[in-house]
Ligand binder design. Structure first.
Ligand code: ADP
Length: 467
């Protein structure tokens, strides 16, 4: 690294009016890389795209000011390759790195390396990421802050015998979860003592394979909960605000398919309590930058902390639509040492927004469906937003996440948002690959969905009825 660049990176936060950074490298691909480029363009910041050999013709490469190939298609050798990403930042003189979601976004070691190289990581610090990345430890921290927790083990469960003893105290069914978990992996439900040994061992094996860490913890397994999460923004001066909640209960295999804001399940009083609890939780860890506190809500209206995500979420657009806040721009401003642009009183949540995650998969069998796009038409019109890196004749590579687009519909109320989503799905054309758009169409016109009467189990039943 040249001494000149070091000096540039250490200069104090620019005065407001000037761009927060001169140049940012985006350590990601796909729609989120484009999303960060959009924010940078609006802020007057130069952008550097990194890409794997499979993404040579990707839009994030085309739209960034500079681009650098960082390796072969496999993520481990490109988007997860820390020395390559850092070298790209150094060669281009990028002052900061936006990690997007996935890949290096919640890797505390990467944050340490950025810091050591004088590059600003756009997110919280390594200490917070480490604490929240270890879910067992995160729960202990939240408990100390008086945040209601999912009843469960005190930290990591080391043996099958301990697992049986905990399950006896918690009451069946229980769920064994990877401490380092994410993306719905490393989770096993146990209905009775007979199932424990198998499920416990499988959870550990899965956790080891997915996260190279086989520690697991346990929770009471709620049968029909709703997943409600709260968007948080915090600056380096200790100001923390929330931007309301997102309802993320439409899930398949613990992975979200449809999200919306606000949640149709909350009374104003419950909403206020969940928001307040989330802000308290974020304050307890001295949180800064964008983050999300995830809760499960049971049928009685009790809610429990599940985990905190320390990055921008896939589903952040629904919050942007109802709050009017550009979350990615705020992330960048916060990382540059600026104060939050909003106080809590400035935040007025208006209308309703829904997001469908469109995956390159068979809509009924969910088999991945990468390949070459032959025809494309994106819906538009009032209240429609499409976040995607798909383009005419793009090839969807088989190496990465299958999510290829997020279709977001906004309306003055839920009815209007859903009507707009329906007509947008009607005019979305993606040919050459199969996508899950037809499944979304069926879900959003289902009477249960229209009523807002669903839990995290609902989609499973819906799919079983289709067979
Ligand atoms: P990940 O980080 O892998 O996404 P989470 O802890 O966020 O894992 O859980 C993902 C989903 O798994 C939740 O949204 C919920 O549907 C389900 N889940 C997790 N813990 C429980 C639990 N204790 N009871 C019922 N469902 C759970």
């Amino acid at each position: 690294m040249s001494p000149v660049r070091r000096t540039a990176q250490r200069k104090p936060a620019a005065r407001s009016g000037e761009p927060p950074f001169r140049k940012i490298l985006i350590a990601n691909r796909g729609e989120i890389a484009l999303r960060v480029i959009q924010a940078c363009k609006e802020l007057g910041i130069q952008t550097v795209a990194v890409y794997s050999e499979a993404d040579r013709n990707a839009l994030h490469v085309r739209f960034a000011d500079e681009d650098i190939c960082i390796g072969p298609p496999a993520s481990a050798r490109s988007y997860l390759n820390i020395p390559q990403v850092i070298a790209a930042a150094e060669v281009t003189g990028a002052e900061a790195i936006h990690p997007g979601y996935g890949f290096l976004s919640e890797n505390p070691h990467f944050v340490d390396v950025c810091h050591a190289c004088g590059i600003t990581f756009i997110g919280p610090n390594a200490e917070i990421i480490r604490m929240m990345g270890n879910k067992a430890q995160a729960k202990a921290t939240m408990q100390a802050a008086g945040v209601p927790l999912m009843p469960g083990s005190d930290g990591v469960v080391e043996t099958v015998e301990d697992a049986l003893a905990w399950a006896e105290r918690i009451g069946y069914p229980v769920i064994v979860k990877a401490s380092a978990g994410g993306g719905g992996r490393g989770m096993r439900i146990v209905n009775s003592p007979e199932e424990m040994a198998d499920q416990y061992n499988t959870a550990r094996t899965e956790a080891k394979a997915a996260f190279t860490d086989d520690s697991v913890y346990m929770e009471k397994y709620l049968l029909e909960p709703r997943h409600i999460e709260v968007q948080i923004l915090g600056d380096l001066f200790g100001n923390i605000i929330h931007l309301g909640e997102r309802e993320c209960s439409i899930q398949r295999r613990h992975q979200k398919l449809i999200e919306e804001s606000p949640s149709p399940a909350l009374t104003p009083e419950l909403r206020r309590r969940i928001h307040e609890t989330a802000v308290r939780a974020a304050k307890a860890v001295g949180y800064f930058n964008a983050g999300t506190i995830e809760f499960l809500l049971d049928a009685r209206g009790d809610f429990f902390f599940m985990e905190m995500n320390t990055r921008v979420q896939v589903e952040h657009p629904v919050t942007e639509m109802v709050s009017g806040v550009d979350i990615v721009k705020e992330q960048i401003r916060i990382a540059a040492g600026r104060k939050l642009s909003y106080s809590q009183d400035d935040i007025v949540l208006r209308g309703h927004a829904v997001e469908c995650r469109i995956n390159a998969e068979d809509p009924w069998k969910f088999t991945p469906c990468p390949g070459r796009i032959t025809a494309l038409h994106f819906p538009g019109g009032p209240g429609i937003r499409m976040d995607t890196a798909m383009h005419q004749e793009a090839t969807i590579p088989p190496y990465y996440d299958s999510m290829v687009a997020k279709l977001i519909a906004y309306g003055s109320d839920r009815t209007e948002a859903l009507a707009r989503m329906r007509r947008a799905l009607d005019t979305l054309v993606v040919e050459g690959i199969r996508t899950t758009a037809p499944l979304h169409h069926r879900i959003i016109e289902h009477p249960d969905f229209v009523k807002g009467a669903f839990s995290t189990k609902w989609l499973e039943g819906f799919l079983a009825d289709l067979e």
